[in-house]
Ligand binder design. Structure first.
Ligand code: HEM
Ligand code: HEM
Length: 182
């Protein structure tokens, strides 16, 4: 007996290794972030001159700052390498999301007497989270409407690409205000 196209499509997505790994990866990031926020994991210890959570912010952001333009150029210059590039894009940026989530959770779980002034950093995290969410929705299109069609994939792509300028501006301001001018 043949299965309905709807069931078949769902199974196809579950057979997509990239989708399964990425979904588990994102859920793991959410769990790690919650564990740090609830103080089950300490990220405030020093590694050389900075705290561990700071290093995570620095490494994650450096990857984002360097790889975003590199990807934009490389995918146009080397279209035959697209498969490698998009995999690097998905898993590289998700790893950057893991690192900046550790930085964010480390900041938000600081003792009250040393609590940071929340502001730009939170906005920055929201931008990165929306980038990951729209990238995921656009790449895998996991949400189907009742009609069987996907939610407007172009909206996700438009949001994804248009947020990148904002990401750069807020990130550079965050680094200058919290790091270089202190
Ligand atoms: C996407 C990347 C990043 C995110 C989401 C992020 C998020 C945050 C958040 C939420 C805070 C708490 C204060 C606030 O809301 O502004 C914070 C503080 C801080 N961040 Fe980041 N950050 C990122 C990247 C970086 C980078 C690259 C650096 C260093 C080069 C950095 C250095 C700092 C410092 C030094 C503080 C402490 C400020 C204080 O003590 O008042 N952050 N970050
Ligand atoms: C900080 C995180 C991210 C940044 C800065 C970022 C940046 C970019 C850039 C620069 C483009 C190219 C736009 C163009 O060439 O017109 C793009 C496209 C895209 N991104 Fe992301 N991205 C991020 C996260 C993600 C994640 C986590 C996924 C998937 C799970 C993803 C999936 C995609 C897809 C499917 C495209 C369209 C394909 C393409 O243009 O080659 N992105 N993103």
């Amino acid at each position: 007996m043949t299965q309905s196209p709807k069931v078949e499509k769902k199974q196809n997505l579950l057979r997509n290794k990239s989708f399964v790994v990425e979904t588990i990866y994102i859920l793991t990031i959410i769990i790690i972030t919650i564990l740090i926020l609830l103080d089950f994991v300490d990220t405030g210890f020093f590694l050389g001159p900075y705290r561990f959570s700071h290093w995570m912010g620095i490494i994650g952001s450096s990857f984002i700052l360097v790889f975003a333009p590199l990807y934009y150029i490389s995918k146009r210059r080397f279209p035959k390498r697209y498969k490698i590039l998009i995999n690097l894009h998905i898993f590289g940026f998700t790893t950057a999301f893991l690192l900046v989530s550790i930085h964010l959770a480390g900041q938000l779980s600081r003792p009250l007497q040393f609590y940071p002034d929340l502001g730009g950093g939170v906005a920055l995290y929201i931008i990165v989270a929306i980038l990951v969410a729209t990238g995921y929705l656009y790449r895998y299109q996991p949400i189907k409407l009742k009609s069987g069609k996907t939610l407007q994939p172009h909206t996700n792509r438009m949001l994804h690409v248009s947020l990148i300028g904002g990401l750069y501006i807020v990130l550079i301001v965050h680094i200058v205000l919290n790091f270089l001018l202190v």
